[in-house]
Design a protein around this ligand. Structure first.
Ligand SMILES: [Zn+2]
Length: 434
């Protein structure tokens, strides 16, 4: 499971002895520790030696913020980027990694994934009653996380499942290879609860260690996507989360549901298949992030129809609804991108079968929604980092940031499909694919 390149790579950090999985963070100190665990920064302040320095030599660098640099050395010390300079002598004792003519860019970020979904040993979508053991489910999730990391995604946001917490913590502290991970744990879906009960659930998620809150404000696309949670329920949940310092990601398809989530002050709207120009402009006015999907989630369902059909709302009519949504999706993104000041982030909604194909919606956004390649790449790097509140730590190749660095064969600005050809991955200063 662990790639030979990783096994051979010199560890750039001390072993994480005594590291504990992160849970609730009642105190300020606990909060800092949780953040450090999330970022794998347990050795901040540890003395650095020459062996900790690594120089990445790159002919073509996209910095994630819209900038391009040529023929530079990216100097990494420990887990951080410390300098980007014209090619020069390699410091004594430092390790040189020459990436030749590959294009170097920040580790990609997917704002909406489901790594614990997988196909079971009967080649069907895993369900809680299919006989798989918890260990089998955990291993499947680990394999999905690994596939995602190898595809150049060094940070993901899972929205969400309670078993995400262990996956996040084992990646963060126990050496399991996978992307840095944030999770909402179980989403809030129960429309029969009072606003007070929903506020209590938000507090419970925080106590359980959630990094954000996921809310269902509308039905699934397979059931028509109409608004389910009331305006006052959304105000209660998003208001409580904001008071606790947590972001809210809201599943919403109908224009009414998107409008309600926006007016409730929620942080980000997911999906939005039935958005109108009016609600897109409303989101822009409220600085609400929008996370639409272009094709991967629908194509993956349709390609794996037999593995899903007959489970829950994966019915014939549900699949017909997804087929109808596919052309709407690219049109929605085109309209969203043309909406002044609207921040269109990047999340694929990768479910079972889609892990490791997370770059496909970047290709779709460029090829089918007319987005400029640089703009799409910024959505999956610096803009996603900003939307997650991690803009000063990840999402760009810049001094002071985590050394999350990937390289692809070719130039994605000229040919966006180059993002399928990831050939180098570094996460927090550690080479995991080379
Ligand atoms: Zn989802």
């Amino acid at each position: 499971m662990i790639p030979s390149a990783e096994a051979a790579a010199r560890p750039l950090r001390a072993p994480l002895k005594g590291a504990r999985p992160c849970r609730a963070a009642p105190s300020g100190h606990g909060k800092r520790t949780r953040r450090a665990l999330l970022l794998g920064l347990l050795t901040i302040g540890a003395p650095l030696s020459a062996q900790d320095t690594l120089v990445i030599r790159a002919a073509n660098v996209l910095d994630g913020r819209g900038g391009t640099q040529h023929n530079v050395d990216i100097v990494v010390v420990g887990s951080r980027i410390v300098r980007i300079a014209p090619r020069g002598p390699v410091p004594a004792g430092a390790r040189l990694v020459d990436l030749g003519d590959r294009t170097v860019l920040p580790g990609l970020i997917d704002a909406h994934v489901h790594p614990v979904w997988y196909f079971n040993r009967k080649n069907r979508l895993h369900t809680s009653d299919d006989g798989d053991t918890p260990a089998q489910s955990a291993l499947a999730a680990a394999a999905n996380a690994y596939a995602t990391l190898m595809a150049g995604f060094t940070t993901i946001q899972s929205v969400g499942s309670r078993s995400d917490a262990d996956l996040r913590d084992w990646i963060g502290t126990q050496g399991l290879p996978g992307p840095r991970m944030l999770t909402s744990l179980d989403p809030l879906t129960d429309r029969s609860l009072s606003p007070d009960s929903l506020r209590a659930l938000v507090r419970q998620r925080k106590a359980q260690g959630a990094d954000l809150i996921k809310i269902f404000a509308s039905a699934s696309i397979r059931e028509g996507g109409q608004q389910t949670m009331s305006d006052s329920q959304l105000v209660a949940m998003c208001g409580e989360a904001k008071a606790l310092g947590l972001r809210t990601l809201v599943h919403a398809h109908s224009a009414a549901a998107v409008r309600a989530a926006t007016l409730a002050g929620c942080t980000e709207v997911e999906h939005g298949i039935f958005v109108t120009q009016e609600v897109l402009s409303l989101m822009a006015a409220h600085a609400t992030y929008f996370d639409p999907q272009c094709a991967l989630v629908f194509r993956n369902y349709l390609d794996n129809r037999s593995r899903y059909l007959g489970i829950g709302n994966y019915t014939d009519s549900g699949f017909a609804a997804m087929e109808r949504a596919l052309p709407l999706a690219a049109a929605d993104i085109r309209m969203a991108l043309a909406t002044p000041r609207l921040k269109v982030v990047y999340g694929t909604d990768a479910v079972a079968g889609a892990d490791g194909h997370n770059a496909e919606d970047l290709i779709c956004r460029v090829e089918r929604a007319g987005e400029a390649p640089m703009h799409a790449i910024m959505a999956a790097t610096s803009l996603n980092a900003e939307a997650m509140g991690l803009g000063t730590l990840i999402g760009a190749i810049a001094p002071g940031l985590e050394a999350d660095i990937i390289a692809v064969d070719g130039d994605p600005i000229r040919d966006i499909t180059a993002l399928r050809r990831v050939s180098f991955v570094m996460k927090s200063g550690r080479i995991v694919r080379y």
